[in-house]
Ligand binder design. Structure first.
Ligand code: ADP
Ligand code: MG
Length: 712
């Protein structure tokens, strides 16, 4: 089988499921692990937990019902006996495992009902002459119906047929002490006899290092290419001089922190360029990102462009709306509110104001970039809590600013384009120039998900990042308490006392990941219990299934102090700002992610009063849960928390692909391979500068399938 045409369509479909679309992709489909079938282990030396290959005679074979239909066999070698169990089996297997047959079995041994056993081992009939494998057997990630044997065959064919030439110049390999590509890739697919499983397991073998380096390098290259492309795209240069921004800062009751000033200056500089800004404003909960966003918005507005500010939830979007209205109305700017909860009429009215350009600032949820909303002249799109949005939504917003055929002449004339070509085209061939004038808005993304530096370097290399690394002065850090469920009554008393003393409290309901219905039910039950417990308090409930008007009503009542205790699901995770709330209880804290706990905790400690966050956990705690709660207990610094979480859990969970908008790494591990990432960044710069063709070849090998990724 040498050409892909000979692979049956059913197999092709399964390969596609694994992300294998071209034969070259087979090369990079690397083993998950290896099975060692190079020697036999005497049964009497086998220990539970080991994966071994044993050989012996079947001495017993029966179909038992305990409780399910199970094939149970016993095999013996010279020294010992071992049971094999199969829950699903074919008659052919039963025949193969009949009493008296000689077999070889590979699998993990564990202590079972009958003694040492293997469940669903890989078995085959052998005789005394059957040779052992010469080298480790690779085990590939696969999907139902695609056997290891077929995968292995396809991969080995590809290894023979395809060129494995190195994409990287020798000088670079020497510099970073990297093994060559073809040796590495061959070794990982077919380890030589001298290599043991343990040498490959930790993935620190030079062959693995080369592959991981290549993967990281491809990611860095593609991001840089993307960055360059962005430099060629056009955006309006928002070069207003900051009159409005000056007026706003003067009117504020506080002075900007140094970090706010610095990040605002970075954003301001980018906005004045004729190329789209794509900047991420990172800052811990409460670090004051909103005011920086407001100042950026004013720069766009003063330059004659519209601004859209989008938040992931109604609650948060509405808070932004109210806050920005307070700030901007004195400057003569009336923001417009647009969300899914608006009645049809209201939506239409808002859309009209946006389309006519009457409105300069539109604030809302993702309703803002739905098809029916047309901006007159969008210059800046601000996305709060951007990690809550998918890539598609981000793209949709970017496209909102595109001016296609109906470009307004004053827009083109008024701006200084860095690309001389565009101007020329415009003057010489006015008819054809229209598509060149298509521009897109600048983008400012905000996130309080603190991302460790290494992760930001990897995942956000396509964005410019500004970090607000200090909190406004005068905040008293939140005191965190870990309390076991057995002391729930004490927690009740604390809540009661705080509320009766005039403070307000949140009670965050347990997170039920598997089912929204259960989640809702739990919230309702918690509310019921707490209403009965605190008969003397005014208790409210807010959860994701509440309709938007109701949600807004409850939040307003809590904000106004009419409600003393707010029972809430994690809908309050982002952005809720009620300074008088100084106590938060998080029920079943062990179920939540660390970043989520940190975000939730950030809802208190916003006023002058000493605040407290009680993490109520269910006993007993697993080792990992204990370690994680300890981190949140000991640190108030979102970045430190994220860094430690990364070490505990790995980046996959910290930043899902959806969150980062970037394909996850398959082989490299940002936590463990930080040194390789640093090399890859350096190498990416060198390649693009000195060996652009090598860079191209490298991208082709690694990214052929990831066109979307390169364009996001
Ligand atoms: P986040 O970064 O979490 O979005 P916000 O923008 O909501 O934070 O700001 C949190 C609170 O801090 C708000 O009430 C805001 O008005 C206030 N704030 C922002 N900047 C400052 C500052 N420099 N000094 C004092 N208070 C500030
Ligand atoms: Mg915020």
């Amino acid at each position: 089988m040498t050409s892909p045409a000979k692979i049956p369509p059913a197999t092709l479909a399964k390969l596609a499921k694994l992300g294998i679309h071209h034969r070259a992709d087979l090369l990079l489909h690397l083993p998950l692990r290896y099975e060692d079938e190079t020697h036999l282990t005497p049964i009497d030396t086998v220990q539970a937990g080991e994966t071994v290959q044993v050989q012996g005679i079947v001495t017993h074979s029966e179909v038992a019902f305990r409780p399910r239909r199970t094939l149970v066999c016993r095999m013996e070698d010279d020294g010992g006996e071992l049971y094999l169990r199969f829950l699903n089996f074919y008659p052919s297997q039963q025949k193969q495992l009949a009493v008296g047959k000689q077999i070889r079995a590979v699998g993990e041994v564990r202590m079972g009902y009958y003694g040492l056993e293997m469940v669903h081992p890989k078995c085959r009939a052998v005789d005394e002459q059957t040779p052992l494998q010469q080298s480790l057997t690779p085990v590939y990630p696969t999907t139902a119906g695609l056997s290891q044997t077929i995968l292995r065959k396809l991969i080995n064919n590809a290894l023979e047929a395809l060129p494995l030439s190195d994409t990287l110049p020798q000088a670079l390999l020497d510099k970073f002490e990297l093994a060559n590509f073809s040796d590495s890739i061959r070794l990982l697919h077919n380890p030589t006899p001298d290599i043991s499983a343990s040498a490959l397991e930790g993935r620190s073998h030079t062959a693995w290092r080369r592959i991981k380096f290549d993967e990281l390098l491809a990611q860095q290259l593609s991001m840089r290419v993307h960055h360059r492309e962005r430099g060629k795209r056009l955006a309006p240069a928002l070069s207003a001089h900051g009159k409005l921004a000056g007026q706003l800062t003067e009117a504020l009751p506080f002075a900007l922190t140094r970090a706010q000033q610095r990040t605002y200056a970075e954003i301001s500089h980018d906005l004045a360029q004729p190329h789209p800004m794509q900047r991420l404003l990172l800052g811990d909960v409460g670090s004051g990102k909103t005011i920086v966003a407001a100042l950026a918005a004013l720069q766009a507005i003063e330059s004659g462009y519209q601004v859209a500010l989008m938040a992931p939830t109604e609650i948060l979007a509405e808070q932004h709306y109210l806050k920005l209205r307070d700030w901007l109305e004195p400057l003569g700017i009336a923001p417009v509110w647009l969300s899914g909860s608006l009645k049809k009429k209201g939506k239409q009215l808002a859309s009209e104001k946006i389309a006519s350009g009457e409105t300069l600032l539109a604030i809302g949820t993702h309703a803002l970039f739905q098809g029916s909303v047309e901006f007159h002249k969008l210059g800046l799109a601000i996305v709060d809590e951007q990690h809550k949005f998918g890539v598609q939504q981000r793209l949709a917003l970017r496209n909102k600013g595109k001016v296609e055929k109906s470009v307004r002449p004053e827009f083109v004339e008024g701006q200084v384009f860095a690309e001389g070509v565009v101007r020329q085209a415009h003057h010489e061939r006015p008819e054809e120039s229209i598509e060149f004038k298509s521009h897109e808005p600048h983008q400012l993304m905000m996130s309080a998900t603190p991302i460790p530096r290494t992760l930001a370097m990897s995942y956000y290399a396509d964005l410019d990042v500004s970090v607000i690394d200090e909190l406004p002065p005068g905040r008293t850090p939140v005191v965190t308490k870990l309390v076991g469920d057995a002391r729930r009554d004490e927690v009740f008393e604390r809540v009661r006392a705080a509320c009766l003393a005039g403070q307000q409290a949140y009670w965050v309901c347990p997170l039920i990941d598997e089912s929204e219905t259960l989640q809702l039910q739990t919230a309702l039950e918690t509310f019921e219990i707490l209403t009965q417990t605190f008969t003397e308090l005014r208790v409210g409930l807010v959860h994701g299934k509440l309709d938007n008007a109701e949600k807004a009503r409850v939040m307003a009542a809590f904000k106004a102090g009419e409600l003393q205790l707010l029972v809430a699901t994690t809908v309050i995770e982002v952005g809720v700002d009620v300074p008088n709330a100084s106590l938060m209880v998080i029920d079943h804290a062990e179920r939540m992610g660390l970043a989520q706990l940190h975000q939730l905790r950030g809802r208190v400690g916003r006023g002058a009063a000493q605040s407290m966050c009680v993490l109520l956990y269910q006993q007993p705690l697993s080792e990992l849960a204990r370690a994680r709660l300890k981190i949140i207990y000991e640190s108030n610094d979102g970045f430190a928390i994220a860094q430690q979480d990364l070490q505990l859990r790995g980046p996959g969970e910290l930043l899902g692909a959806r969150q980062s908008g970037v394909a996850m790494l398959r082989f490299a591990d940002i936590g463990a391979d930080e040194d390789l990432l640093v090399y890859a960044r350096q190498a990416a710069d060198e390649l693009l500068r000195d060996f652009p063709e090598a860079a191209q070849a490298h991208l082709l090998r690694w990214m052929a399938n990831k066109q979307d990724y390169m364009h996001v």
